[in-house]
Design a protein around this ligand. Sequence first.
Ligand SMILES: [Zn+2]
Length: 116
Amino acid sequence: MPVYEYEPDDRDCLMCDGRVDVIQGIGEDPLKYCPWCGLDVKRVISRVTFKIQGSAPEDNTSRKGFTTFRKAEKGVWEKVSGEGPDVLTGTKDDIAAVDAEKAPPKKIIDLDKDVS
Ligand SMILES: [Zn+2]
């Protein structure tokens, strides 16, 4: 199965160290949203690598609890692969948090720094 690398579209992902590896079947549609935090992501085509099935001594992905979710609608994520619940439903607070996350980052001006 190919491992596709995604990176956030317009800002750093706070939950995934900036880059996300997702194992997908060939021909599957690219993810539009980060499976962990729901931010917009784009596939980094040039970084596609292939893992040959059965070659790994251990199933790294399941050992890490790797589960892929796809955002189905506002506040609802459907499981794409892996273990865990088939559907994640965000609470009102979760949805509000995601919306807040999507808002443009505020500029922080540090007044103590380099005031000249
Ligand atoms: Zn993310």
